[in-house]
Design a protein around this ligand. Structure first.
Ligand code: NI
Length: 186
């Protein structure tokens, strides 16, 4: 089921999300709906707070984002109760965007490598190191379950340039090709 994506201004996006256990009701249907919602919106990652659930769950598919012939360097994963164990390397700039903040993009600096411990969709514990775009998308989604949005990492000047756009998103005064849920309607 395609779910509405919660827009900037929705309080759930600013909450630190809670861990879940295997008995979380409707978990596999929820994960299916998140995949469907993400692909429908042409995203490469989606975190549960973005569909209104304050739980530590996010999904990532970078296979589709890799250059031609490099699809095997991408990952498709469900991350439950992820813990960031380590970040390493010289931080690099990469232009990020977010399905909760349509048509706003900006360079964010993050380390190129992240080590995570997490549960997959079957609640099997994994420990894995991710690099490059994979690390980048994971770090962005991980921020979501801690109530942090990428715009908070932007340089003050860039944020000022985006101010009106962000205000319009908060008010629901935007056109978006996928369904969104706004905190305040126009
Ligand atoms: Ni996002």
């Amino acid at each position: 089921m395609i779910l509405p994506i919660y827009a900037l201004g929705q309080p759930v996006l600013k909450k630190v999300a809670k861990p879940i256990d295997q008995d979380y009701e409707g978990l596999s249907e929820l994960i299916d709906s998140m995949w469907e919602t993400m692909y429908h919106a042409h995203g490469i990652g989606l975190a549960a707070p973005q569909i209104g659930k304050s739980i530590r769950l996010f999904i990532v598919d970078t296979v589709q984002a890799m250059e031609e012939g490099k699809a095997d360097e991408g990952i498709k994963r469900v991350f439950i109760n992820a813990q960031k164990l380590e970040e390493a390397g010289d931080p690099w700039d990469y232009e990020e965007g977010c399905l909760s903040i349509p048509d706003a993009r900006g360079d964010v600096k993050r380390p190129p490598q992240v080590k995570l411990r997490y549960m997959d969709e079957n609640f099997v514990e994994k420990e894995e190191v991710f690099t490059g775009i994979n690390a980048r998308v994971i770090q962005h989604e991980y921020d979501h379950i801690d109530g942090i949005l990428f715009i908070e990492h932007l340089k003050p000047l860039k944020r000022r340039l985006l101010k009106r756009r962000l205000e319009n998103i908060r008010k629901g005064k935007i056109n978006c090709e996928y369904k969104m849920k706004f905190a305040r309607l126009k």
